[in-house]
Design a protein around this ligand. Sequence first.
Ligand SMILES: Nc1ncnc2c1ncn2[C@@H]1O[C@H](COP(=O)(O)OP(=O)(O)OP(=O)(O)O)[C@@H](O)[C@H]1O
Ligand SMILES: [Mg+2]
Length: 385
Amino acid sequence: MIEFEDVRIAYKDKPVLDGVSLTIHDREFFVLIGSSGCGKTTLLKSINKLLPLRGGSLSIDGIPVEQIKVQDLPKKVGYVVQSGGLFPHLTVEENIALTMQIARFSKEAIRDRVDKMLKMVNLDPEIYRGQYPSQLSGGQQQRVGIARAFAANPPIVLMDEPFSALDPMTRAELQNEIHDLQTKAQKTVVFVTHDMDEAIKLADRICIIQDGKVAQCDTPENILKHPANQYVTEFIGANRLWANPEYIRAADIMRRRPFTISKGRTVIQALQIMRHNSVDSLLVLDKGQTLLGVVWLEELIGKREADPIEYYISDDYIAVEGETSLKEIIATIDYDVSGIIPVIQHDRKLLGYLTKSIILATMSKQFVPEHTAGERSGVICPATL
Ligand SMILES: Nc1ncnc2c1ncn2[C@@H]1O[C@H](COP(=O)(O)OP(=O)(O)OP(=O)(O)O)[C@@H](O)[C@H]1O
Ligand SMILES: [Mg+2]
């Protein structure tokens, strides 16, 4: 666990971190984001003991960083520095070996681990071990930087914009690899980025820094749904929530008060409620508001009017739980599903309902500025006409 308590850091008289308090948990993928110059690199460097504190305290597993010996640091913390940071006059093997030499690994252990680390980042040791950084592509250099950070097997790995200089395909590939690596190796990763999409994709929690202070620190879902201030709102950008359907839950977009009927009522009563409200289905509830099923108009037509509707409850419907994400709902519903999708709790108590048009309206919010949605009526012509 890494704990910052009211940490202050300054370059000469210029304050850079201005009272930062936060806790980074073990095995967490923790992403730092914020505009250029806000203090992200400074925050990472402070964990790696590269900058003295002007105030507050910073500890790793309860030990203040100033008490950790320099030669013990590589066993605790690995660091992928901003823009690669490989030593150009050292080979790939020598670059990776550095941290292990500081940590006093034996020669044999170093040789073994260099090969293991290269394989881990998908570089063939036979080909790359003896090459110099200038002989590698940007993506390969980043991989070596990551291999070096993991080499002494530290539980914590700091990564400062490791993918910023890469093309989108290599970047996506490395994002997936680092995510797998972090999960498999059970590391605590503190990862700096400028890119909100990258943050959302990778983070367990995102910490947004504003002028050397923590503006908000929370899960991607909570930050998207409840930005703490105007800076965070602007930083995450308009409509980003709607572009991430895994963070939109059924309960967020459902309508309340669907048309319902209790199970003891009759076919004629059901037909009357349907006609009166112009709907073709009703949700059937027991006394405790538990969902029993749906009755459809077409099933009731021609049936004995005095029959209890219980006879005609259909299980031909899909219900979703309030916590189900829009992404899961879209994956589950059939293209030809029509009518109502009840939203229920774990215990099947009814919460509300969705329809395909509600889902479509939600999805389309990512393409339409909020203030224009739903304002028009009549015929909409293409803009070029
Ligand atoms: N060695 C230094 N001497 C003086 N000022 C510095 C030094 N390093 C950084 N700063 C200043 O401290 C502030 C924070 O810098 P830092 O590198 O932590 O920002 P950052 O959030 O990592 O920015 P970027 O996104 O551009 O990498 C900046 O205003 C920067 O100019
Ligand atoms: Mg930086």
